[in-house]
Design a protein around this ligand. Structure first.
Ligand code: TIU
Length: 218
């Protein structure tokens, strides 16, 4: 079985029971001039994940393994957005440079061109930060016999962490790729990754994508 150099221990996985999860690589979070930047965030901190993730996706697809993308967003009438979320995310549903912010069907809600899903890949729309809440993700994984997840995307301490923590509770083994996850805040990136691998891998494992690509293409 493929084994990847990782922290706190090497990560071993079976290719037919492992999925690559690409979390919320959406224009609203990543594009200059978009929602994320309009909140004062430095999108370069997220955009550095695009290149390694593009390389990883190419290798993963060439191997023929499962890919699942997620997108955070809401129905146009916002009926799936809790008022409490709307109060603290006042731009959600408002007109932004790339359409209504975090609304399904809008240009900004979709995935950046470089990482666009290809035919056969699942795209899971989620109203929350975690990828399991109010989605079919658990069913998709169960149907395909998936037991391990390679987790990538943005942002490290928000949607990636929420998803990894819940996946861990649900019994999935998660490998988080340090260079393929990004936070607007370098400190959160550093500590967020430390938290995952701490205490013997309390939530999972952390590795660099190069180590995984080496195994895939071996
Ligand atoms: N996808 C995701 O992480 N959603 C966020 O709102 N992240 C922030 O860091 N704000």
């Amino acid at each position: 079985m493929p084994t990847v150099e990782a922290s706190p221990t090497p990560f071993t996985f079976a290719k037919n029971s492992t999925a690559l999860l690409v979390i919320d690589m959406q224009r609203d979070f990543l594009l200059p001039g978009g929602f994320g930047e309009s909140l004062g965030n430095d999108v370069a901190q997220l955009r550095r994940t695009i290149e390694p993730l593009t390389a990883l996706l190419a290798a993963w697809r060439a191997a023929g393994w499962k890919v699942i993308h997620t997108r955070e967003g809401h129905l146009p009438d916002l009926s799936d957005c809790p008022p409490a979320k709307l109060r603290r995310g006042p731009m959600i549903g408002q007109a932004g440079r790339f359409g209504r912010v975090l609304i399904r069907g809008e240009y900004g809600h979709d995935i950046v061109d470089e990482l666009a899903p290809v035919e056969g890949e699942d795209v899971v729309d989620k109203p929350g930060k975690g990828a399991f809440y109010a989605t079919d993700l658990a069913k998709i994984l169960e149907n395909d016999g998936i037991t391990s997840l390679v987790v990538t995307g943005v942002t490290t301490e928000v949607c990636v962490h929420t998803t990894v923590r819940e996946a861990n509770d649900r019994g999935y083994e998660c490998l988080v790729l340090a260079d393929c996850v990004g936070s607007y805040f370098p400190e959160f990136q550093r500590v967020g990754l430390q938290m995952i691998a701490a205490q013997g891998g309390i939530f999972g494992w952390v590795a660099e994508s190069s180590a995984l690509i080496e195994e895939i293409t071996r």
